[in-house]
Design a protein around this ligand. Structure first.
Ligand code: WTA
Length: 651
């Protein structure tokens, strides 16, 4: 299916009362470009401020002095904005619907009043453990309400949280605890998922062997499974919550005080701690949540992401709760107990907005439409996708079988770094094209640059790398503890612009099509993975001399992980060793980093100066040997023929 041949999908009927109407989009977008101070000065009022801001935007993208500040003299508290201010009108409204992994367990409806009580108590437990304003708290929890309580409790007392995805290994957890200098880690006993249980407490015990012995461990007894218990270090949070006072006064915070650190993979080195601050981030998360999903009072909204990723931060917790919404948290997986689970949950809770990843859609599509058709999905109004480019086939299936052609699909392009949606359609305002993220959100200024000359590609029908040439309130402010790295990573390559790392095309209508990462980051099932991280895990194995990792097209995952491994002299490549290396990477990083294919590579293509030619390895992994390009600079061109002859088949 040629993308150009795909027609526009008009806005379905029933969106006449959408929050943004077709005639509004261009007008508001122009205003956001021409008068950012006026536009954002007004939008900032979505939030309740203790001291109102007098300055709106103060940002500089100049290399060497990059500085990003929004609402800089405003004072607010994020937890108050997500909870307290809703209490007068919606104390009894459901804030969080918790749908457990096991469909036979009852769902829980947590009202704003109950959320308030839990968060206040949780905050008092943190205070009782000596956590103070500006201290870091690592949260290693699955998709349970306590994850949201913990995040909001940090926000209430001005502590900075760093959520670590519960699928990460003890080593990955330890690295994040150490890099952030956390005082406390919050975990639970075990985490049910797809009928199995992950031992999070024992993972945390293993991680803490590599951390300062001052780090306290707060444990949520979620399943009641037995765990080891270290007196003096481990704290039973739920029991403590009963003991402490029910009220915790919110700490007034500056708009630019950090709210959280979230580690994400880059093209080089270890994961970076992306720092988001309080005022701009919350304003942006709230506004995009409301407008992109066309969220109306009383709607039930469900984002299937995990709180361990940025999508869970902005679109399960902060955006929806700032808007006083009802947000669903799902503990399980799409395939348990069967491939109908997503749709069963949509029917059961009468979900109005449903937001998921293309990889989930593709895998459910493979199970056949009968799983969808069993359920009443008439409550659905808006469908969303995020995490990777969606292939038109999956888009059309989603539209037809899930949305029944009456739900607009919002394909939301954004990143951990951007805090919220950047290029996305709006349900009542923008016509869609399957596979295109469509148009920029308000205040977002995309530019397409030639990758080598850095020249701006003006007009439509152009292709290049995607940058943003001006700031927006949700933008990350720095890399934790390393502002120079922040500037080098995002502002050095294309001076004056924030560089996304993605390629993109702007078509004849001015619509944006994200073509995927142009750096050494791969996107596996919507999870970001740095090839360098997987490589360093592999070479940490005693039998591995060298490793090079690239992505290759994968039917379900979008991209798969292809590893070329050179073994130490005298080590025999065997199937056992292959399994051993797979298991090794799982323990070093986590299951999401496990290579899909390992090719034994007696030699790797290198330049005469010893640099691995990753471009060639990528082409071989992609089955694209016709386009290997210039191999004359290789120190040993024969290596390439050997690699091609022994490549791993993936159809
Ligand atoms: C990719 C996830 C195409 C992109 C919110 C980006 C997408 C990376 C889309 C960020 C989309 C995300 N279409 N590609 N709608 N959404 N991406 O930081 O490559 O986990 O740079 O944030 O995912 O991944 P991250």
């Amino acid at each position: 299916m040629s993308v150009e041949a795909i027609s526009r999908h008009p806005i379905p009927a029933g969106f006449e009362n959408a929050l943004v109407k077709p005639e509004d989009y261009a007008r508001l977008y122009a205003e956001s470009m021409n008068d950012p101070d006026g536009f954002w000065g007004r939008e900032g009022k979505r939030l309740d401020w203790i001291t109102p801001y007098s300055k709106v935007k103060n940002t500089d993208f100049t290399m060497g002095k990059v500085s990003i500040k929004w609402f800089e003299d405003g004072v607010l508290n994020v937890a108050v904005n997500c909870i307290d201010r809703h209490l007068p009108t919606r104390a009894n409204q459901t804030a969080i619907i918790f749908e457990p992994d096991d469909p036979n367990q009852p769902a829980r409806h947590i009202s704003y009043a109950e959320l308030s009580d839990k968060v206040n108590r949780f905050a008092n437990v943190l205070l009782s453990q000596g956590v103070m304003r500006g201290d870091r708290v690592v949260i290693y929890l699955p998709m349970i309400p306590e994850a949201a309580y913990a995040m909001l409790a940090c926000a209430r007392i001005g502590a900075i949280h760093s959520v670590v995805f519960a699928g990460f290994s003890p080593d990955a957890l330890a690295n994040r605890i150490n890099d952030s200098g956390a005082k406390v880690v919050i975990t639970c006993d075990t985490a049910p998922r797809g009928g199995r249980r992950t031992p999070l407490k024992s993972n945390t015990d293993a991680a803490l062997l590599h951390c300062s012995d001052k780090v306290r461990c707060l444990v949520v007894k979620h399943t009641g499974d037995q765990t080891t218990w270290i007196q003096g270090r481990d704290v039973d949070v739920l029991a403590q919550m009963e003991e402490v006072a029910p009220d915790c006064p919110p700490r007034p915070m500056n708009a630019e005080d950090p709210l959280f650190i979230l580690y994400t993979s880059g093209s080089t080195g270890k994961p970076k701690g992306v720092v988001h601050t309080s005022g701009g981030y919350l304003c942006y998360a709230a506004m995009t949540h409301e407008l992109v999903f066309d969220y109306h009072e009383g709607d039930v909204y469900w984002c299937t992401a995990d709180v361990g990723w940025v999508t869970g931060h902005s679109y399960i917790v902060y955006g929806p709760l700032a808007n006083g919404a009802t947000t669903l948290m799902f503990e399980g997986v799409p395939s348990y107990p069967d491939a109908g689970r997503f749709w069963a949950v949509c029917e059961k809770h009468k979900v109005n907005q449903f937001y998921t990843a293309p990889t989930a859609i593709r895998s459910l599509m493979g199970q056949g439409p009968e799983w969808v058709e069993k359920y009443d999905l008439s409550s659905l109004r808006v469908l969303g996708t995020v995490g990777e480019p969606i292939n038109p086939e999956a888009w059309v299936w989603y539209d037809h079988h899930v949305g029944k052609g009456r739900c607009p699909i919002v394909d939301t392009f954004w990143q951990t770094e951007t805090g919220g949606h950047m290029i996305t359609s709006l349900p009542g305002a923008i016509e869609t094209k399957p596979g295109s993220a469509t148009l920029p959100f308000f205040g977002v200024k995309p530019v397409v640059l030639d990758p080598s000359s850095a020249e701006v590609q003006e007009g439509n029908g152009v292709e290049g790398v995607l940058c943003f040439s001006d700031s927006w309130p949700g933008q990350m402010r720095t890399i934790w503890g390393d502002h120079p790295r922040f500037m080098e990573t995002y502002f050095q390559q294309y001076p004056g612009n924030y560089f996304t790392g993605d390629g993109c095309r702007r078509d004849a209508d001015g619509y944006y099509w994200i073509t995927g990462r142009v750096d050494d980051v791969i996107n596996v099932s919507g999870h970001r993975m740095g090839t360098a991280e997987v490589e360093s895990a592999l070479v940490a194995h005693e039998k591995v001399a060298e490793a090079a990792v690239v992505g290759y097209p994968h039917n379900l995952k979008g991209q798969g992980i292809y590893a070329y491994v050179t073994l130490m002299n005298g080590i025999e490549p065997t199937d056992e060793l292959r399994k051993e290396l797979e298991a090794w990477v799982r323990t070093e990083i986590g299951p999401i980093a496990k290579p899909d294919l390992i090719q034994w590579a007696p030699g790797l293509p290198k330049t005469r100066s010893g640099k691995i030619m990753r471009r060639i390895l990528r082409k071989i992994a992609e089955n694209d040997f016709g386009a290997l390009g210039d191999t004359s600079t290789l120190s040993d061109p024969a290596v390439v023929d050997e690699l091609i002859a022994n490549r791993q088949n993936h159809g």
